[in-house]
Every structure is written in C-alpha cells, then in structure tokens.
Design a protein around this ligand. Structure first.
Ligand code: KG4
Ligand code: ZN
Length: 337
C-alpha cells in the first residue's frame, strides 16, 4: 500500500512542510527561509527563529497540502522533526503536528532531523542500505554509516565548527555577504589556492574527527598581516585567501572521507548539506570515491539542505517499520542518532 505523509520541519532557520509518498514521489516541498530576519545579527537568533516558525508553519502546511492536491483525509500520518535543534522552533513544529494528529486521528511520527538528512538518498536515488553519509552544512559535520532506517553509526565529525559555519565566518572576516559559502566560492575562482599555507587540522591524528575553527583563526591572522602590510585588504589577496581556505577545507574533508570509507567498507558515499553544493569540495570527494572504487551520490540541493520532504520520508521509513509516537510527543533539543 502506498503511504502519503505530511512532513513538518522547524529545527533551525527554515520553516518547511511537504507531502511525500512511499513510492518516492515528492508531491510538494515548501521551504520558507528566515535568512533575511537573522542577517543583521550575523547568525541565527533562537528567539527570532521560534517566533517566525510559529507565524509561518501553518501557512507552509496549507501550501504543501494545496500544492500536492491532497487534503488531511488523504494522509496516512503526520511526521515532524522532534529534535535535535533550537528548542523554540522544534516545539512550534511538534505542537502543530500534535494538533493536526489530535484533530484528525492520524498517527504521529517524531523524526530525528539528522535521520532525515541521512535517509534522503533513499528518497532521491532509491539508494539501498548500507552506505556512508557525509553530512556537511552550516550546523552539521559528521560521517554516518547508515545500515537501516534506524541504524546509524557515527564514525566521526567536527569537534568544533561545521564547515559551512567556517565558510560563513571566514566570509564575514573578508567582508563578503552571508551566507558566506557561495560568495566565497565565487571569490576563490579568481584566487591562487597555493598562495597561503593554511593548516590542515587533525590530519596528523588517526580517525575521522575534524576541526575547522583553527583554520578560521589562521585566515584571520593572514588577513591582519596583509592589512598591516598594505593598509587594507587588496582584491587579489582576498581572492587568494578564499582559494587557500577552500582548498584546506576540501583537503581535510577528502582525507577524512578516504579514512571513513576504508574503515566502514561502505560501497557508496552520499553527501548532503549546503556545503555539498561547493564544486571544489564535491570534486575532491568524487575523486576520493573514484580512487576507492566506491559509488558517489549527492541528492539535489533543495532536498539536501533543510526541508520537510526528508522528514516526511524518514517518517515513512519509521511507519513502515511499525514505529509511531504517542500523542504527547515531546521536543528533544539534544538527540544524538
Ligand atoms: O544545509 P544548509 O542549507 O543549512 C544548514 O546548515 O543546516 O547549509 C547552509 C550552509 C551555510 O553555512 C552556507 O554558507 C553553506 O552551507 N554553503 C556553502 C555553499 N553553499 C552553501 N559552503 C561552501 N560552498 C558553497 N557553494
Ligand atoms: Zn539540517
């Protein structure tokens, strides 16, 4: 029997709702970002996010149902991100999902946001278990061996900043707009990646853990030295710094991926998260996979950045495994896989 689920996501700064079927059809996926609200503060402000979710989620759900051409009566369950994330936002989504479930009698499925990301290649590519997932975004950075809908083994991850966060902070240091990834990548195209010998943190240590905050500090030092020398940051210097920083992130991700593939013996690598949009990083990861003789897949960007289709899909996988949650489902700000 084909299942149809409504998914709701509100754990960070995107309010999202989607309708997805178990035959992998994404009937709708509505994402309303809040970047403009948070931009003046240089980062996501939890209180502003919570308020925006409370205001926008109802409308997202209404739009997702309308675009999918379904009503609540056509649904088999409601899936919602119940953690981890910013508690105010997660609560908005959970309370809305609980309300819909109470009003309709539909089963309620609480989804771990990270499980949503990790299971997305099964929605987009029909990928079979097992596979290695590298999640690289503004908020996440980890290797997960995915062996079943609820079977995740963490092989390592960042011990400080996520790579997207590092791109954003470095962009800020270099007076580039936010979010910093895309403008930094564009700037790097004009630069010399070999000009600055930036560190490759934790490459000297075994294992799959990573660190990106020292890299950001190294960029800050190099920038200040250039400013002291020339009385300002010259265009070419900035481009060279961007290219050198991007090359360092790509080198760390590539080497750690090589190790994670060797350790896990996974037949396929799937990458997800906003940073997977970076073409230099993507090419580096593809190169590692080719050398290791394993497959490579990256879901389309709109489904590998935060969205609710992945939550609906993870809900479908949970429901098919016979797992539903009680009507008083609670929000969990911390919820390791
Ligand atoms: O997955 P995402 O949309 O949101 C979460 O963090 O969950 O990822 C956003 C992050 C931001 O930090 C952004 O700067 C980064 O992904 N990003 C990029 C690129 N596009 C987006 N980083 C490097 N290169 C890019 N082309
Ligand atoms: Zn996410």
């Amino acid at each position: 029997m084909v299942l149809t689920l409504l998914g709701i996501e509100s754990s960070c700064d995107d309010s999202a709702a989607a309708v997805v079927r178990s035959d992998r059809a994404v009937l709708s996926s509505v994402v309303e970002g809040q970047a403009a609200l948070h931009a003046p503060f240089g980062g996501v402000v939890p209180e502003i996010a919570a308020r925006a979710h409370a205001e926008k989620l109802d409308g997202c759900v209404a739009r997702a149902l309308a675009e999918a051409g379904v009503g609540l009566a056509d649904l088999d369950a409601v899936a919602v991100t119940s953690g981890p994330g910013l508690i105010g936002g997660v609560l908005s989504g959970v309370m809305l999902a609980r309300g819909i479930a109470a009003a309709t009698g539909l089963p309620l499925v609480g989804v771990n946001h990270l499980a949503g990301h990790a299971l997305t290649p099964r929605l987009t590519d029909g990928l079979e278990f097992p596979y290695l997932m590298l999640l690289v975004s503004g908020g996440h950075c980890q290797f997960l061996m995915v062996s079943g809908p609820g079977e995740f083994r963490r092989l390592g991850g960042t011990i400080d900043d996520a790579p997207g966060e590092a791109f954003d902070k470095v962009a800020k240091l270099l007076a580039l707009p936010q979010p910093g990834g895309p403008p930094l990548e564009a700037e790097a195209l004009k630069g010399d990646a070999k000009r600055f010998a930036l560190p490759r943190p934790l490459l000297d240590r075994p294992g799959c853990d990573m660190s990106f905050s020292g890299l950001k500090t190294a960029v800050l030092r190099a920038r200040d030295a250039l400013i002291a020398e020339h009385g300002g940051l010259r265009r070419q210097d900035r481009a060279d710094l961007c290219a050198s920083f991007q090359a360092a992130v790509a080198a760390v991700l590539a080497e750690k991926t090589r190790r994670a593939l060797a350790e896990s013996e996974a037949p396929v690598l799937a990458v997800a998260g906003g940073v997977a949009a970076n073409s230099v990083i993507r090419a580096a990861l593809q190169g590692v996979c080719e050398k290791a003789g394993v497959g490579f897949t990256a879901p389309p960007l709109r489904l590998c950045t935060d969205n609710a289709a992945m939550i609906a899909w993870a809900g479908i996988e949970k429901l098919q495994a016979g797992l539903v949650d009680p009507a008083d489902l609670t929000a969990r700000p911390r919820w390791p896989l």
